[in-house]
Design a protein around this ligand. Structure first.
Ligand code: SF4
Ligand code: SF4
Length: 224
């Protein structure tokens, strides 16, 4: 079963509220110079990935919030952003993207450990948020979502499928293969099934943002 327009606006408002509150917490901690506390939330987000997938990315992450705002502004201005050539889902590019993901993952988490261990006063989290938001000024959201070290770490825990609670799924019987869900997905998590136009959702990449569900004209996307 799909959602009514009432549900859509309730989901929009609830998500915007969550994102707004966590963005304020992030700004507060940054102003207090205590942003390292965010690492705790980040750690919980990564561990929680086992149960909730990349919910942190879609509902809590300050980068995700700023990027959502950027996308909204670009949509209003009618400006189309592109993906870097590397991100085109050409299979031969996939291994380069995976390599980039691993390098950034190691650099970021290695950097966090090193700064804590040696008391270096560089705030890598703030740096990463600025980098992600800056990237999205030029490229589509998914360009950063695919390589973000936090997101990649969460995709790894989200890949442990057995414990996952609710997730977004496409009901194949009613999907008409229009591709609207794929177009609005900010993380290339909606893919075509082989040999057909029917779509399915790659759970480990899904940010639980509900954009696909809102876009589906025949209410084929369920959350259960
Ligand atoms: S699959 Fe749907 S809910 Fe998941 S990230 Fe894409 S648009 Fe958002
Ligand atoms: S928007 Fe709905 S009908 Fe269209 S491809 Fe996606 S799930 Fe299928």
């Amino acid at each position: 079963m799909g959602i009514t327009s009432d549900h859509k606006s309730r989901k929009n408002i609830t998500r915007a509220l969550f994102q707004g509150v966590f963005l304020l917490v992030f700004v507060f901690l940054a102003l207090q110079g205590r942003l390292q506390l965010w690492i705790l939330l980040l750690g919980l987000g990564i561990l929680g990935g086992v149960f909730f997938g990349r919910l942190y990315c879609g509902w809590i992450c300050p980068m995700g919030t700023v990027m959502r705002l950027e996308s909204w502004i670009y949509r209003k201005l009618g400006i189309q952003r592109k993906n870097p050539v590397l991100m085109n889902e050409d299979r031969k590019n996939k291994r380069y993207v995976q390599l980039l993901q691993m390098v950034l993952l190691l650099v970021f988490f290695g950097g966090v450990i090193a700064t804590q261990r040696f008391g270096i006063r560089i705030n890598l989290i703030l740096f990463l948020v600025l980098l992600g938001s800056g990237t999205s000024l030029v490229f589509k959201e998914e360009a950063w979502h695919r390589i973000c070290p936090h997101g990649v770490a969460m995709s790894l825990t989200a890949g442990v499928k057995k414990l996952k609670s609710k997730k977004l799924i496409i009901e194949k019987e009613s999907c008409i293969g229009c591709g609207k869900c794929e177009k609005v997905c900010p993380n290339l998590a909606v893919v075509k099934e082989e040999g057909s136009n029917i779509r399915s959702i790659v759970t480990k990449d899904c940010l639980t943002c509900f954009e696909c569900q809102k876009a589906c004209p025949v209410h084929s996307i369920a959350y259960r």
